[in-house]
Design a protein around this ligand. Structure first.
Ligand code: HEM
Length: 193
């Protein structure tokens, strides 16, 4: 069965509004079966959540070191072991994992889910964390999760998680762009009054 969870026609601002407009229009649709697959595999990695969270971010920094610039405290850290044992990175990994938990709780409530992720995108504008990096997180999360599930990992799971992360990163980007426009409008109205 198809489902309404979708992030299509995302272009919410004028062309050139952001640094990676070319992937503004994406179509994401998560079937009822995929939602089940996600819920089930999430349950199966419960005991390893914190490890998956930290590995996701260490891998993200290794494959895309430019992401580190966004995090003041990791900017100049190159040693993977220092990253792996960092309390701050662990805390950040856990924050992402607890966000995924909230996403899964709302996975059958499209509007609430959309709102949750849009708010997160708005926050990322304030953190100065640009959308061009969001899409890397899903791939690293999948790589971190795969060894936990071992032989239980399937291509169906991989597709379902990829789709979920595509939806999350596209919707976060929309939130980011909304906040960007709000801030610009606010600045314009301040300078004209
Ligand atoms: C799927 C992608 C991502 C998700 C789900 C996510 C999730 C989160 C969450 C839940 C928080 C805490 C929000 C709060 O304050 O309530 C957060 C904070 C933050 N995120 Fe992300 N994030 C993602 C990608 C990224 C990327 C790629 C970067 C940087 C390259 C980034 C940089 C930050 C920063 C700087 C903060 C604030 C500091 C901190 O909490 O450590 N995020 N993120």
């Amino acid at each position: 069965m198809g489902c309404p969870l979708s992030a299509e026609a995302l272009r919410s601002g004028p062309p050139g509004d952001d640094d990676d407009d070319e992937d503004d229009v994406v179509q994401v649709s998560l079937s009822a079966q995929s939602r089940q697959v996600i819920k089930q595999s999430w349950r199966e990695i419960q005991d390893d959540i914190s490890r998956v969270g930290i590995i996701t971010f260490v891998r993200l920094f290794e494959t895309h070191p430019e992401c580190k610039d966004v995090f003041f405290m990791f900017k100049d850290v190159d040693d993977p072991e220092t990253l792996r044992t960092s309390r701050e990175l662990r805390a950040h990994g856990l924050r992402i994992m607890s966000f995924i938990e909230k996403t899964i709780v709302r996975i059958d409530q499209d509007q609430r889910l959309d709102q949750l992720i849009l708010d997160l995108g708005r926050k990322h504008y304030r953190y100065d964390a640009p959308p061009k990096y969001y899409k890397f997180v899903g791939a690293e999360f999948i790589q971190a999760m795969r060894p936990v599930l071992k032989e239980r990992w399937t291509s169906e799971q991989e597709e379902a998680w990829k789709t979920l992360f595509l939806y999350i990163s596209s919707t976060m980007k929309r939130g980011f762009q909304q906040e960007q426009r709000n801030q610009r409008n606010q600045r314009t109205s301040e300078t004209t009054t």
